[in-house]
Design a protein around this ligand. Structure first.
Ligand code: NI
Ligand code: MN
Length: 229
């Protein structure tokens, strides 16, 4: 499996002929590797963890361009359907689906998921993380979340080997808490810190995270540069 971090929480997974994007925030993302999309030939699915703009991002545009299936919370799917996205796999917390050979499990995240339009917050349902199993490897993308001890249950149920965890602090867990997730609750072989450095508001330091992790290998990814397990 090939992983590519695209800045912020955007991640591309490629394996067994499948191409999947998670939280494709391209437009307005200062860490997005410009031009990357030009090399993307196919896109089977887009997974969205919650409704905030820095995660929903370019979902509607990309789903239409590639004919990709949107895998997300019910409310996010219905919102995107109204904007013209045709292939939908709505889910809710605790559920798994097997879609075209890929298993998607929606797991809890402690965060919020409303969008503000005309000064009013509209709910986009509960926020989520996902465990995506493709070609025999389970990948945990935690979305935006606080630390919670039931990450141990996620490990027990879905056995992720690879994890993408937020470390930027302020809106999510910071380096110290994300390291506790790795050292005490998860059993990842490879962990990649995300949701850091995009904006000045995110002060969590991925090097601090890397120093604290004692279980699993930390990869400080460069946006646009693919890596493997
Ligand atoms: Ni968020
Ligand atoms: Mn976010």
């Amino acid at each position: 499996m090939r992983f590519t971090w695209l800045g912020h929480s955007a991640v591309h997974l490629a394996a067994a002929g499948k191409s999947i994007l998670i939280d494709p925030f391209f437009t307005g993302n200062p860490k997005h590797p410009q031009g990357w999309e030009g090399g993307l030939e196919r896109l089977d699915a887009i997974v969205v963890t919650h409704g905030h703009e820095d995660h929903l991002g370019d979902t509607v545009r990309l789903a239409k361009k590639y004919g990709a299936t949107l895998v997300a919370q019910w409310e996010i799917c219905m919102t995107c359907a109204a904007e013209g996205v045709e292939k939908l796999q709505p889910m809710n917390t605790g559920g798994c689906i097997l879609h075209e050979g890929v298993r998607f499990c929606m797991v809890p995240a402690f965060h919020s998921s409303a969008v503000v339009r005309d000064g009013k917050a509209q709910t986009m349902g509960d926020p989520a993380g996902f465990v995506i199993t493709l070609d025999g490897i389970a990948v945990y993308h935690a979305g935006d979340t606080a630390l919670f001890s039931d990450m141990a249950l996620i490990q027990r149920l879905y056995r992720p080997k690879v994890g993408f965890l937020p470390v930027g602090d302020r809106f999510t867990m910071g380096p110290e808490q994300a390291a506790i997730a790795c050292n005490e609750f998860l059993e990842l072989e490879l962990v990649v810190p995300i949701h850091w450095g995009t904006f000045d508001l995110l002060h969590g330091d991925p090097q601090d995270f890397a120093r604290r992790v004692s279980r699993g290998r930390v990869h400080l990814a460069t946006p646009g540069e693919p890596f493997g397990l």
